[in-house]
Design a protein around this ligand. Structure first.
Ligand SMILES: *[C@@H]1O[C@H](CO)[C@@H](O)[C@H](O)[C@H]1NC(C)=O
Ligand SMILES: *[C@@H]1O[C@H](CO)[C@@H](O)[C@H](O)[C@H]1NC(C)=O
Length: 380
């Protein structure tokens, strides 16, 4: 039974409590307690790429998918769900930290309906970027304008359920996560030598172009009602096993992609600061995922990893070539690897990242960490 079914039950029982037995009273009390604590958890919305996709691409005709083993090998069901992880991904772990009853379902999931909509929704789609021409080789993916359109559609569906005013409140009070940008380099600018974008822009000009497009996306999100938005930067793009396999001679991080990340991330933080001052409020929170990754890439042993260079699942040098499939090499203990597949962190690395999002200093979280936000918002 879902929480919301329990809530409905509770309210239909309430008028008769005075005539019920003590044991029924106590079970009602328990049900009510659960219902209230879960109703208080804020909604959670997720936008972005494969780092945060929880399965939307399962419903699309695309090659960018994680719906077969060994993906999900450490997920509670031990099944591939569409998450690009051996277990939980970053949105799952954030959901747990903010006390949600469950992770928001993929927006395209047929199970996302009725009261379940009130938990939030995950609009992310593997392969997409800031730009519409990013990930074109994946054909049928939900690009960011469509993710935002679905968010608008979501709000009218929720309005039909709880009314317009309550929907606006639910959205305004929600936590939002946006993860974009990595694919605009890996699956666009650097996808092939002499790509169209690299002929159009030198890297120092491409980055400001991306940032100005990103700014428009975030303003659209604001106009759709988002008021607390965590925005992650890219990781150290040149250090992932896929790039080590293709571009590195001795295991050093690939220079060009490192240069891209080093340009992109500080300009992103600056843009978010500018937006906040323009809006007169700390709407956008920058998560320095580059630094978070660098910590465990520089000193994997300090974080309990045996390597940050070799992916757990894959083939070729660093297990970095091709995709993670049932035929790939697979490490026996995923917790010992910082990277699950050639591009994506393991569940344990995701937990370390979310820990920093929760409690990190201003070097990691700007202008503040998520635990500070939760404390502030609970007092508001
Ligand atoms: C991306 O596509 C959408 C519609 O699919 C369009 O409205 C938008 O202007 C495009 N963005 C850019 C930067 O071309
Ligand atoms: C979170 O941010 C606050 C304010 O910057 C800081 O004082 C605190 O140490 C950080 N960590 C935790 C656990 O709150």
């Amino acid at each position: 039974m879902t929480t919301f079914a329990k809530m409905a039950m509770t309210s239909s029982f309430t008028p008769t409590t005075s005539t019920t037995t003590l044991s029924i009273f106590f079970s009602l009390f328990l049900i009510l307690g659960v219902a209230i604590s879960q109703a208080e958890a804020r909604a959670f919305f997720v936008f972005g790429d494969s780092l945060v996709d929880s399965g939307n691409n399962n419903y699309l005709a695309t090659t960018a998918r994680a719906d077969s083993p060994p993906y999900g090998i450490d997920y509670p069901t031990r099944r591939a769900t569409g998450r690009f992880s051996n277990g939980f991904n970053i949105p799952d772990i954030i959901s747990q930290q903010i006390g949600s009853s469950e992770s928001p379902l993929p927006y395209l999931s047929p199970e996302l309906n009725g009261q379940r909509l009130l938990v939030g929704a995950n609009f992310a789609s593997a392969g997409i970027g800031i730009l519409n021409d990013t990930g074109i080789q994946f054909i049928n993916i939900v690009r960011i304008p469509q993710q935002l359109e679905y968010f608008r559609q979501y709000q009218s569906r929720v309005s039909a359920l709880i009314g317009e005013a309550s929907t606006k409140q639910l959205v305004n009070q929600a936590l939002v996560l946006v993860t974009l940008g990595g694919n605009d380099f890996v699956n666009n600018y650097y996808l092939v030598p002499n790509s169209a974008r690299s002929r159009q822009y030198a890297l120092p000009d491409y980055v400001p172009f991306l940032i100005s497009e990103y700014r428009k996306i975030l303003m659209r999100l604001y106009n759709l009602g988002a008021r607390r938005v965590l925005v992650t930067g890219t990781g150290p793009l040149g250090c992932v096993p896929a790039e080590l396999a293709q571009r590195s001679r001795n295991g050093e991080c690939a220079v060009e992609l490192q240069r891209a990340a080093a340009l992109f991330n500080p300009q992103l933080t600056q843009m978010l600061q500018d937006l906040n001052s323009q809006l007169g409020s700390n709407i956008f929170i920058a998560a320095n995922t580059q630094q978070m990754h660098i910590d465990f890439i520089t000193n994997p042993q300090a974080y309990g990893f045996i390597t940050s260079k070799v992916a757990c699942c894959g083939q070729g040098p660093y297990n970095g070539l091709g995709l993670c499939t049932p035929l790939s090499n697979l490490c026996p203990n995923r917790d010992l690897f910082a990277f699950w597949d050639p591009f994506h962190p393991s569940e344990r690395a995701n937990k370390i990242i979310v820990q920093q999002i929760m409690t990190g200093s201003s070097e990691y979280m700007n202008p503040m960490n998520l635990s500070t936000i939760l404390a502030m918002d609970s007092m508001a």
